[in-house]
Every structure is written in structure tokens, then in C-alpha cells.
Design a binder for this molecule. Structure first.
Ligand SMILES: Cc1ncc(COP(=O)(O)O)c(C=O)c1O
Length: 374
């Protein structure tokens, strides 16, 4: 099986972990501090705070900006559920707006209609490795006095007008095993807000500043030095691996140019880091995925059930009318995308995909007027 994703681990990670183990100092320490410095420089922000995972990175930002029950955060339903969960954990309410049909990102034109007196923040998700329309989002946030919390969990190094994901508002990144860089489990918060950064450093460590002096109620959301050592090795490879993802994406683009499917788009002024290579194949999606899997190709669907249609969300009465989100959930699939995908493996994916589309009929853009018109 050619998997959908595979982490790029080599002798660098093994050596880094071995060194930490041999030192006996395995919990949060100097490697975490080094990785935080690397990441803050890379994103171009004052502070990067390493956390246990992306979910608590997001949730800690929401807690740190003071969200309370009754507050609302505008976000998308076409995302991993952690985005909404992070809002819900604080007692606040996610308000879902629809996505753009071509980028799968929050449709910024629909944000203002969702703003109420309880809205506190906008949380765009830079899904699949592409930054949302931050020009519009920042302008709206500014106009309405809202915080911007970027779910950059899939967008390590993606740029919008030359600025990296995670540098526009407060950013949350995931370092989960399949992400563009990984510490197995891990995350970062990025911010230019000194007060928030200080609060987060306390919050992730039981509220403790000096030994056994607890200034506030906190958690244990720390990253280990073992994880950070892996992260430093991964960070060293990130630019090379992102370049490789782009080569793979360009190769898919070229081989699929004549097919009746909708390929990923990169709007002007942005760079895509291709966490996923997502294709809209139309109503035959499930049959195509099934055939690819039967042929040893690990195609997958991100995400088959939108968050607003999950039982636990509906039970909370969080209804939303999101036709473009529903359509994307029904008609898109992702193909194997990872830096170690060999050309011969990609050729197998290409051949299997072309055959499946020929057999089941791709009808991505053509079948749906709102796509064909764009
Ligand atoms: C869009 C998005 N948000 C949030 C998360 C949560 O990150 P983690 O799995 O590290 O908790 C992920 C990753 O899994 C993600 O893809």
C-alpha cells in the first residue's frame, strides 16, 4: 500500500533522540527552548510556545484571550474537529460559515453576516497547506474589534503575501505524526502578544513560574525534550521537504490536467505547502476511493462528515446551512502526498487514479454549477 502520508525520519532524528536519552534530561528543557526559538524566527513572531499538541495549542489561545460561555468564534465546519473542540472546551460556541469551493478555505465574504454582539474571534483554518484570505479577514477583524486565531495546524511555512501562516493573529500549529514536520505529538502557539505568551508559558506548566509557586490554575501541556529533539531535526528538513511536496503536486497537476476533475488551486500572492493534495472528483468519489484502495493506493477523505453534521455538535443545537462544505465532504479525496513518495510510486498513483476516473467518471467541476462558473 502506498500510504497517504509517511513521516520523513532518518538517522538525524535517531541521533537526536539518542543524545537526549543518554543525557537523562528528557522532559521540557533546552531542546524545547531551541525549537521554540527556531520556530519563532521562522514564522517571524516574537514568541513560539511549544505545547503537547495542536488541539491544546488552539484551546490555550482561546482560554488565554479570555473566551467564556456565551462567546462566539467564527470558523469553518470543513476542518478537523479539533478546531471546533478547542472553542467548545472554553465554553464558547463555534459559529460555522461556509467555504470557498475552489480553495476549501473560509469564505471571507460570508463572515460579516455571521457576526453578532457575542462574537469575539475569527478562526480561519489554513487547510491542506494554504493560507485563508487574510487581507479580508484582518480587515473584518479590525472593523469589528475581533481577535484572529489561525488554525495553522496544516500550514507550516505557507505564505500569504510573503507572510507566514501563524504570523497574522495568534497561530496554532500541530506537530502530529503526519504533519509537514512532526514531533510525533506536539504543537506550537505563535504570537506577538507578550502578555499572552507569558500566560501560555504558565498555563502549560501548572501555572508555575518559580518552583512550586503556582500563580494561576494551569495544566500540564508541556512538550518533552525527546519530542523537541525530533522537531529540531524535522525543522532542518522542512524547507527541502516542502519543496519536494511542491514538485509532487506539480507532477500530479501535469498528469491530471486533461481529466474532468478539479485540481488544487493556489490563488495569486500565496504559496501552498501541500499538506494534502485534494481533488474534487464529483459524485463518483466513494467508488474512486474504493478502487484506489483496492489497488494499493492509500487515498483518503478529508473530511467525510463535516463538523456541523457530527452528532455531538448537532446535540448542542449548532445548526448551520453550509452547502459548499457539504459538497466538498461528498466529492473530494486526497492522494498520497509526502516528501518520500518516490517517482515510481507516484506513477502508480497517477495510473490508478486515471483508470478509476475513467471507469467511474470524474465530474468534479463540470457537474456543479457553482464550480463550473468560477
Ligand atoms: C486543521 C487541524 N486543526 C487542529 C488539529 C489538531 O492538532 P493535534 O492533532 O496535534 O492535536 C489538526 C491536526 O490533527 C488539524 O489538522
Amino acid at each position: 500500500m502506498i500510504p497517504i502520508a509517511r513521516p520523513d525520519f532518518g538517522p538525524e532524528e535517531t541521533a537526536a533522540v539518542t543524545e537526549v536519552l543518554a543525557s537523562g534530561m528528557v522532559a521540557q528543557g533546552r531542546r524545547v527552548a531551541e525549537l521554540e526559538n527556531d520556530w519563532a524566527d521562522f514564522v517571524g513572531v516574537k514568541h513560539a510556545i511549544a505545547m503537547a499538541n495542536g488541539t491544546v495549542s488552539l484551546m490555550s489561545i482561546f482560554a488565554g484571550i479570555g473566551l467564556e460561555p456565551g462567546d462566539e468564534v467564527i470558523t469553518v465546519s470543513h476542518t478537523f474537529a479539533a478546531t471546533a473542540n478547542a472553542i467548545l472546551y472554553t465554553g464558547a460556541t463555534p459559529v460555522f460559515v461556509d467555504i470557498e469551493p475552489d480553495t476549501y478555505l473560509i469564505d471571507a465574504k460570508k463572515i460579516e453576516a455571521a457576526i453578532t454582539p457575542r462574537t469575539r474571534a475569527i478562526c480561519p483554518v489554513h487547510l491542506f497547506g494554504l493560507v485563508a484570505d487574510m487581507d479580508m479577514i484582518l480587515a473584518i477583524a479590525d472593523r469589528h474589534g475581533l481577535a484572529v486565531v489561525e488554525d495553522a495546524c496544516q500550514a507550516h511555512g505557507a505564505l500569504f503575501r510573503g507572510r507566514p501562516a501563524g504570523s497574522f493573529g495568534h497561530g496554532a500549529f500541530s506537530l502530529y505524526a503526519t504533519k509537514n514536520m512532526t514531533t510525533a505529538e506536539g504543537g506550537f502557539v505563535t504570537t506577538n502578544d507578550d502578555r499572552l505568551a507569558d500566560w501560555l508559558r504558565l498555563y502549560r506548566n501548572q501555572g508555575m513560574r518559580a518552583r512550586y509557586q503556582f500563580e494561576m490554575l494551569g495544566y500540564n501541556f508541556r512538550m518533552t525534550d525527546i519530542a523537541a529533539a525530533i522537531g529540531i531535526a524535522q525543522f532542518d528538513k522542512l524547507e527541502k521537504n516542502t519543496a519536494r511536496r511542491r514538485v509532487i503536486a506539480a507532477r500530479y497537476d501535469e498528469r491530471f490536467a486533461d481529466l474532468p476533475v478539479r485540481l488544487p488551486v493556489t490563488p495569486d500572492g500565496r504559496t501552498h505547502v501541500f499538506h494534502q493534495y485534494t481533488v474534487d472528483v464529483g459524485s463518483a468519489r466513494d467508488a474512486i476511493v474504493e478502487e484506489l484502495r483496492a489497488n494499493g493506493i492509500g487515498a483518503d477523505v478529508y473530511y467525510p462528515i463535516p463538523v456541523h453534521r457530527q452528532e455531538y455538535i448537532m446535540e448542542r443545537g449548532l445548526h448551520a446551512d453550509l452547502p459548499v462544505t457539504d459538497a466538498a465532504a461528498a466529492t473530494t479525496l486526497a492522494l498520497p502526498m509526502f516528501p518520500g513518495l518516490a517517482d515510481e510510486e507516484q506513477d502508480r498513483v497517477v495510473d490508478a487514479f486515471r483508470a478509476a476516473v475513467a471507469r467511474h467518471g470524474g465530474s468534479g467541476a463540470d457537474a456543479r454549477p457553482e464550480l463550473a462558473a468560477r
